[in-house]
Design a protein around this ligand. Structure first.
Ligand code: SF4
Length: 101
């Protein structure tokens, strides 16, 4: 291995070890603030996903969606579609997918 290739390899490995922990936190429950604001139905993301804080779909609510990452008995919690905000446990959007089982 030449010195140039060795330097490139070391630089690449250094960047990789820094990038992995940061990317592991993005979108994870650990990175979610418990006092995060509730999703604004008028926001561009909410409109894009047809999100409503009160579901009108029988038996379909965020609390029983596979993407919901909050506690079932909470007012709301994280959903990867709305980073930095909390979805209502009684909410719904067009990406709804039932929890398995
Ligand atoms: S994907 Fe939609 S229905 Fe499921 S938790 Fe997120 S906002 Fe709620």
């Amino acid at each position: 291995m030449t010195d140039k290739k060795r330097r490139q390899f070391v630089t690449f490995m250094g960047a990789s070890t820094v990038a992995i922990p940061v990317s592991a936190l993005v979108g994870s429950r650990a990175a979610f603030a418990d006092d995060a604001p509730m999703v604004d139905e008028a926001s561009a993301a909410a409109i894009n996903w047809d999100y409503k804080a009160e579901s009108t779909m029988p038996d379909q609510m965020c609390v029983n969606c596979a993407l919901y990452q909050g506690e079932a008995d909470a007012k709301g919690g994280p959903c990867p579609l709305f980073p930095g905000s909390a979805v209502s446990t009684t909410g719904w959007c067009k990406a709804y997918a039932p929890k398995p089982g």
